[in-house]
Design a protein around this ligand. Structure first.
Ligand SMILES: Nc1ncnc2c1ncn2[C@@H]1O[C@H](COP(=O)(O)OP(=O)(O)O)[C@@H](O)[C@H]1O
Ligand SMILES: [Mg+2]
Length: 635
């Protein structure tokens, strides 16, 4: 493609990297990670939950529920630590007053020193209480939040394992991943940080205000006059930084998306000589990010200093007026000392509380997204008294089966066929004809809309799902390997298989010789879906995994499409032995491999248009004949 402009890039990559619809990796966190610039922090665009907040909170509380008492204890410690912190500030008053002679005017130096030491000891005790309480509180809150999140993640993962295949058709992987990471993280952060700072913020606000009123009501009034400046000033800056923050996030998303795409598609980039274009396009996005980050960080960063300066002004005025009051003998020096200190910390919680609201909103929105998955309908449960089919033979019958993935769009129409043990049934037809779809119905990845599928004359809806799947071994069209050794990957097909059986299965699948050529043989660890194996080798391992299963029904969906013809013939010999007493369905890419099938079904647009043996179909001179003789290419 030609070099795109920044505008094009922004539009395209922001659409693909938008948090709601991220296709690839979960969106990265903003700079600053969990700090104030991070998710939910200052300036973060507020993502409010869409549904009923009360319900979401109620469900979250259920997760915390088992730690109810611990939470109460933690809150008690939080209150103790906050109150201790406020109280500590008050001790300065008698100390200053002793020094200035306001207290104990007639006492000698020794007596005063003694009194001061006494107050210092009290101060020490108060701080000790504060530190211990804070330590315990933080530990407990972490314990509560992380345990609750472990449970939530566990529930989410368990749910994902139970969801029907349909769910995964409609949901991008990145989207599902980000529920495990970002969303759960945001909730955890709310639990262990926000809750704490909200509670301590409110206590500090109220406690400080009370002490200020008690110390000097006039000075308190002066401080109160400045509060609106704090609130409105803070709000104005927050609004600005929020705006820049969201454009920074969008720019970051675009950079992420671009990097991810060019890294994963590096081969294609090189094949088409797009390196320079990539560098240029990236430079545009990179510069855009720089520009927006400067703005966002600037507004995020000046908030503190501005608040500080407003504080200084109020501080100076309070100190000045307080000083005059002292001179007029209406106020004690100690009182003035603590008052200016309190008035400085008074405004801080106001902004903190307003900032926490964003964290709360994004955590609740995250919780909503997690619960959304937890609430999805699972694979339909087995019918009561579902058949356990202890000895399945493998007589498969499809009767007038009709099916569509989405309502109103029929894919398969009136499919009927019969297969018995020892038979090999082949499906051929052009791409998109519905071959894979038929196999997906036999093991109930999807339930059919009309008609009937039976195994040994039992409707598959009445068979226990796990029994059904155990009895249908499949080699899927898309290969997949898990992280682990080759031995483990093959044994995935039957966990109780011995090493010898694994090796025998690998031999059946013609995988043995290539495995032995690997440095660690069967102990070679496969990572990243087998990225360091060839596509054909991956297919051989997938075949071995199915071959080790003792299932009476075997489905091979283009299992050897990437394997050379010689190896394919090898596999066939092995598989013929394997198929002897089984019912086998084969979808083949190369028609030569299905010549010996007992019956060949020719599919077109979801219908079986021809059926018979290879010779019969050739004699018929229809579609199969065309396909086989190459008169008409598979389209
Ligand atoms: N998960 C899905 N959701 C919706 N439509 C699908 C899905 N999988 C396949 N289809 C559609 O069903 C039709 C048959 O697909 P498939 O059975 O995979 O064909 P093939 O014969 O190539 O194996 C195609 O038109 C395809 O677009
Ligand atoms: Mg297919």
């Amino acid at each position: 493609m030609a070099k795109r402009t920044l505008e094009d890039l922004q539009k395209q990559y922001n659409a693909s990297a938008a948090p709601q619809k991220s296709g690839g990796m979960p969106p990265l966190r903003g700079p600053g990670g969990r700090g104030p610039g991070g998710p939910g922090g200052r300036g973060m665009p507020v993502v409010k939950p869409k549904g009923d907040v009360k319900k979401i909170v109620g469900r979250l509380l259920k997760y915390i529920g088992s730690y109810k008492y611990l939470l109460i204890v933690a809150l008690v410690f939080l209150v103790i630590s906050t109150v201790a912190n406020i109280a500590a500030g008050y001790i300065l008053r008698p100390i200053l007053n002793i020094v200035s002679g306001e207290n104990m005017p007639d006492a000698g130096a020794a007596q005063r020193t003694q009194a001061i030491i006494f107050y210092l000891l009290v101060l020490l005790c108060i701080y000790a209480v504060h530190i211990v309480a804070q330590y315990l509180q933080a530990k407990m809150m972490l314990h509560i939040s992380q345990n609750s999140m472990r449970k939530l993640r566990g529930d989410l993962f368990a749910k994902v394992q139970k969801l029907p295949i349909k769910f995964f058709d409609n949901e991008s992987h990145g989207e599902i991943m980000s529920r495990f990471t970002n969303d759960v993280d945001n909730i955890a952060m709310m639990l262990d940080q926000t809750l704490t700072s909200l509670v301590s913020g409110v206590i500090t606000l109220v406690g400080t205000f009370a002490i200020m009123c008690y110390t000097n009501i006039w000075l308190t009034l002066i401080t109160v006059v400045f509060i609106p400046f704090f609130i409105f000033g803070g709000a104005a800056i927050t609004k600005r930084s929020r705006k820049y923050y969201s454009s920074q996030q969008a720019a970051l998303g675009a950079v992420n998306g671009y990097v991810e795409e060019t890294v994963s598609g590096q081969k294609v980039v090189k094949v088409f000589n797009h390196e320079d274009t990539c560098v240029d396009e990236f430079a545009l996005l990179n510069d855009d990010l720089r520009h927006k980050q400067i703005h966002a960080q600037f507004y995020g960063g000046i908030m503190g200093p501005i608040m500080g300066n407003t504080g200084q002004i109020s501080y100076a005025i309070t100190a000045g007026i307080g000083g005059i009051l002292c001179l007029l003998d209406k106020f004690d020096l100690g009182g003035l000392g603590i008052f200016v200190n309190y008035s400085r910390q008074f405004a801080r919680p106001i902004n903190e509380i307003s900032m926490q609201m964003n964290t709360i909103f994004s955590a609740l929105a995250g919780a909503e997204r997690v619960f959304d998955i937890i609430d999805r309908p699972e694979e339909e449960p087995d019918v009561p008294d579902a058949n356990a089919m202890p000895d399945m033979k493998g007589y498969v019958k499809l009767k007038d089966v009709t099916f569509g993935y989405v309502p109103g769009k029929t894919i398969l129409k009136n499919i009927s066929l019969y297969a018995k043990p020892g038979q090999k049934i082949a499906f051929v037809g052009s791409t998109g004809a519905g071959k894979t779809t038929i196999t997906n119905l036999i093991n109930r990845f999807y339930d059919i809309d009309a008609g009937e599928i039976t195994i040994d004359d039992v409707n598959i809806r009445d068979i226990k799902r796990d029994v059904l799947r155990k009895n249908v071994a499949m080699v899927l069209q898309d290969t997949h390997l898990f992280t682990g050794t080759i031995m483990e990957n093959i044994r995935y097909g039957r966990p109780d298989a011995t090493d010898e059986e694994v090796i025998a299965a690998a031999k059946t699948a013609s995988a043995h010789s290539f495995i032995m050529r690997l440095e660690n043989g069967y102990d070679t660890v496969i990572t990243g879906d087998g990225a360091n194996l060839s596509q054909g080798q991956r297919q051989l391992l997938n075949i071995a995994r199915a071959a080790i299963s003792k299932a009476p029904i075997l489905i091979l969906d283009e299992a050897t499409s990437s394997v050379d013809t010689r190896t394919e013939r090898h596999i066939e010999h092995g598989m013929d032995r394997l198929m002897q007493n089984r019912t086998t369905f084969v979808i083949a890419h190369r028609l030569s491999t299905v010549r010996n099938a007992n019956a060949i079904m020719v599919l077109e647009k979801g219908e079986i248009i021809e059926r018979g043996t290879h010779d019969e179909l050739l004699a018929l001179g229809g579609r199969y004949y065309e396909l086989y003789t190459g008169k008409k290419e598979l389209d």
